[in-house]
Design a protein around this ligand. Structure first.
Ligand SMILES: Cc1ncc(COP(=O)(O)O)c(C=O)c1O
Length: 420
């Protein structure tokens, strides 16, 4: 591995050229970064320091809902900065109330708690599930059921709820009280019930993504989710959906659980909610509205700036009829990916996903990996990201246009062709 001078002289150390090429060592080595510095963006396009242009089908990993440098977002936030940026939750915050009202009006929820990220929203949900168990069910040591191959975040409880061992390694002991079943598998769920036997009464919640993102873009099965709803209702267990990646329109409906026609008792949001600004939320129905003053809090959660960003995203989704765009562009992407899967059928299995959350699945036996394709796509001016080693994830801004989707498919096809 070759050592080069770090670009930021104050760091005074070295960057690496090779497998992890760019970051100076004054940054902790927590990300495998691509060798690219993005310095500007407009709509679905971003530019690097050298002026090279890329079509952004990552969008901050399903986060920049309105793309980059969105005019309305810029205008509204500029005004908000001049007005007021941060106020403690010790006071009433009108922007927070407006956003909560919009979320409640548009969902099955009755109230909202705001935080700053997906992991935090899930932490709040986990605490809520525990309080529900203590207060409503008299359970001292509750259990939350979660799915294998799920992803719920990197804070310790969210990590413990995440059903992928690779994320747990070296961080044990995990937070106790989580048990796992295979996603969409009734058989596995029943086997877990059998395993829990006497402890069945300890179950306080089922926490699940309606469409798994990081785990490989797996849409939930309608029958399985209906079973979960009935099971939870029957046993007075909270059904909590993690919509951190799938929520706020990404799948062509505001909430991915609408596709499943199953209502949760609570659900979490982050990523696309603020269109690139840090905000997360836990939304609950009245039956789960158990937090009281002192139970939970966040210094930055629900600040006027972040709430105004989310309100702008919300209003753009409505006024620009973005759900319709997401559905049609999603179908266009799906068709394009299916053509690729057919053209290179030795390498690809299938296409999975809903709306603008699509995955192209690489065959296990293919020598291709999502990382190979991602790197090659960079050379073709396309930003894509893996969802695990064998799935290419396509999660562009919700404003993506027909012509841009054509470009996306063309560039992806070219990248794959040059690798095989
Ligand atoms: C479904 C889901 N939940 C939670 C998280 C964690 O969100 P954050 O990175 O904002 O903490 C993610 C992030 O990828 C996610 O996809």
């Amino acid at each position: 591995m070759e050592l080069v001078d770090a670009p930021h002289s104050k760091c005074g150390t070295f960057g690496f050229v090779g497998s992890s090429p760019t970051a100076p060592i004054c940054l902790m080595n927590t990300y495998q970064r691509l060798p690219l510095k993005l310095v500007r963006g407009k709509g679905c396009w971003v530019w690097d320091q050298e002026g090279n242009k890329y079509l952004d089908a990552i969008a901050g990993i399903a986060t920049c809902s309105l793309g980059h440098s969105h005019r309305k977002l810029f205008k509204v936030l500029n005004k908000q900065l001049r007005k007021i940026q941060h106020v403690s939750n010790l006071f009433l915050i009108p922007e927070q109330e407006d956003l909560a009202q919009w979320l409640v009006d548009k969902s099955c929820a009755d109230s909202v708690f705001f935080c700053n990220s997906g992991a935090e929203a899930n932490e709040a949900a986990i605490k809520l599930a525990r309080k529900f168990a203590h207060i409503k069910k008299g359970i001292e040591n509750p259990i939350i059921l979660s799915a294998k191959s799920s992803f719920h975040g990197r804070t310790l409880a969210a990590l413990s709820a995440t059903g992928q061992k690779k994320y747990h390694k070296n961080f044990e002991p995990l937070v106790p009280g989580f048990e796992f079943f295979s996603f969409n598998s009734l058989k596995s769920f029943q086997a877990l019930q059998g395993k829990l036997e006497k402890d069945l009464s300890r179950i306080s919640a089922v926490l699940i993504e309606p469409i798994q993102g990081e785990g490989g873009i797996f849409p939930g099965d309608k029958a399985f989710f209906h079973f979960l709803r009935d099971f939870c209702t029957k046993h007075k267990i909270l059904l909590i959906f993690d919509e951190v990646q799938s929520g706020m329109g990404r799948t062509g409906k505001l909430w991915a659980h609408e596709h499943l026609q199953v209502e949760p008792d609570a659900f979490t949001l982050a990523k696309g909610l603020g269109g690139g600004h840090a905000i997360g939320a836990l939304l609950v129905k009245e039956c789960a509205n158990l937090f009281e003053p002192g139970d939970h809090a966040s210094t930055f959660g629900g600040n006027p700036f972040a709430c105004k960003a989310a309100l702008t995203v919300a209003k753009e989704i409505e006024s620009k009829n973005l759900l319709k765009n997401i559905t049609s562009r999603g179908e266009q992407i799906r068709q394009g990916l299916e053509n690729i899967a057919n053209d290179y059928s030795n390498h690809f299995n299938e296409v999975r996903g809903i709306g603008l959350m699509q995955g192209l699945v690489i065959k296990e036996e293919s020598f291709l990996s999502s990382q190979d394709i991602t790197k090659q796509a960079l050379k073709e001016g396309l930003l894509i990201v893996g969802a695990g080693p064998k799935v290419i994830r396509i999660v562009p801004p919700l404003i993506i246009k027909k012509k841009e989707v054509n470009q996306l498919i063309f560039r992806l096809d070219k990248s794959i062709k040059s690798l095989i």
